[in-house]
Write a protein that binds this ligand. Structure first.
Ligand code: SAM
Length: 426
């Protein structure tokens, strides 16, 4: 008679380090089974974990498991004849165990001691066997993560010449980019933060520990914003007291940028929860904007605007370096496309003559970027110029297009798209 598996009788919470792994497993499940963004799933899941470093570990494990999932799955499948369904708990436990061993460099005995208790009453022997077989072979992950099939199929068609570089850009978690409230102080902040600058008002630092402990955070001298995400507002130029609408504004990185560039900003978003973060960001930076919680599809302004930034809801696939969960969630591109089209049309009607509209998405899907912009004919296009972009990025067909394979020698950049139009003065 088979002996019962009693190797781990303690409850998961009693073994140090298990709570972080349990949280990582729940994060993976939230993304893969429930289709939730990792950022949204994390707060309730991590709330019960006391130590900050355990919360950070849980997040890092889930992120690396998601980033390298196709490659980890291939190793799992090679190590067992048993077919583990994609949604089997044992597969998810193995994904997080292998992410720790092969990506985070944690010792195998610690990974086993904290991983197997997650399979209480389940196939622990199988998981142990697979983990041991994989790690004994001392496998090397490829230089670039293999993209999930659905994503590879899309990007092989959309970016046949870029897809390899994009995957390579996904291999490493990105550095931390900051946008300065006062671009004239770029050199000072580069020195204080020991960073580098790739554009005026931008400082890049190696990934830091706690962001709120960095010099300048408390007084709101800067905010976290990928270099690519800072480009759309740069395309609108200096505000000189004119009126700008930041449509879809929360959590507010671009609102702060607009206000810092001298625009008199109205910041609108329909999510009251995200608008709270926008208000907190305004308060910390000492910048001001009129804040409106409303649906862009029904709201009507009192007066026209000299500039409108539409940072539209999108698949967010351009942020896959920092949010590898986007690679595993199926965005409804048709529904998002309809929303983007409707918002663009409404925004065009709110511009004063001579006013500029910038449309932006943090997406690598041409349907949300190039094709969406090309189909919009209510305003006059104004080509984006190379000299308006960070060094090393060139305009593509008059648009700003960045992808995570660009600027590899300085730490890369998020995927982003922006287009610009002007309302003619009749
Ligand atoms: C890409 S995010 C904006 C990021 C923001 N511009 C920034 O830089 O911090 C898109 C935003 O669109 C908002 N949104 C989605 N549908 C909306 C709608 N119908 N009306 C207004 N805001 C909407 C979401 O709440 C979300 O905050």
């Amino acid at each position: 008679m088979a002996r019962p598996d009693t190797s781990e009788d303690a409850s998961p919470q009693e073994i140090p380090g298990v709570s972080a792994r349990k949280a990582a497993l729940r994060l993976l499940d939230a993304v893969l089974r429930r289709g939730e963004p990792l950022d949204q799933a994390a707060p309730p899941i991590l709330r019960g974990i006391e130590r900050g470093d355990d919360r950070a570990l849980a997040t890092a494990i889930a992120q690396e498991a998601l980033r390298w999932m196709s490659d980890l799955d291939a190793l799992i499948d090679q190590a067992t004849r048993q077919v583990l369904p994609q949604d089997a708990k044992a597969r998810n436990v193995l994904r997080i165990m292998l992410a720790q061993a092969l990506r985070l460099g944690l010792p195998g005995h610690a990974v086993v001691a904290t991983g197997l208790p997650l399979l209480m009453g389940g196939p622990r022997r199988l998981a142990h066997g697979v983990f041991s077989a994989v790690t004994k072979a001392n496998p090397k992950l490829p230089d670039a993560p293999s993209l999930p099939d659905a994503v590879a199929d899309r990007w092989d068609v959309a970016w046949p010449e870029r897809v390899e570089a994009i995957a390579r850009g996904l291999a490493l978690p990105p550095p931390l980019d900051l946008t300065l409230r006062n671009p004239a102080l770029t050199d000072d902040w580069v020195a204080k933060l020991e960073g580098v600058s790739l554009a005026p008002g931008h400082v890049r630092i190696a990934r830091a520990g706690a962001i709120d402990a960095l010099p300048g955070f408390a007084e709101g001298a800067w905010w976290v914003q990928d270099l690519a995400a800072s480009v759309p507002v740069r395309l609108l130029g200096a505000g000189e007291g004119r009126r700008a609408l930041d449509l879809c504004a929360a959590p507010g990185g671009k609102t702060l940028q607009l206000a810092a560039a001298g625009w008199q900003v109205t910041a609108l978003d329909k999510s009251a929860r995200r608008v709270e973060r926008l208000r907190a960001n305004l308060e910390r930076s000492g910048l001001s904007a009129e804040v409106v919680v409303a649906d862009a599809l029904t709201w009507e302004p009192d007066a026209s605007f000299d500039a409108i930034l539409l940072d539209a809801p999108c698949s967010a696939t351009g942020t896959c370096r920092r949010h590898p969960d986007v690679l595993h969630r199926q965005a409804n591109l048709a529904e998002l496309g309809e929303l983007q089209r409707a918002m663009l049309e409404r925004a065009a009607g709110w511009l004063a003559p001579g006013g500029q509209l910038v449309y932006a998405v943090c997406s690598l899907e041409p349907e949300e970027g190039e094709a969406r912009a090309a189909a919009f004919d209510l305003l006059t296009p104004v080509a984006v110029r190379d000299d308006e972009l960070p060094e090393g990025i060139v305009a593509a067909d008059g648009y700003f297009r960045a992808d995570p394979g660009m600027l590899p020698e300085v730490g890369g950049i998020d995927g982003f798209f922006a287009a610009r139009w002007v309302k003619s003065v009749e």
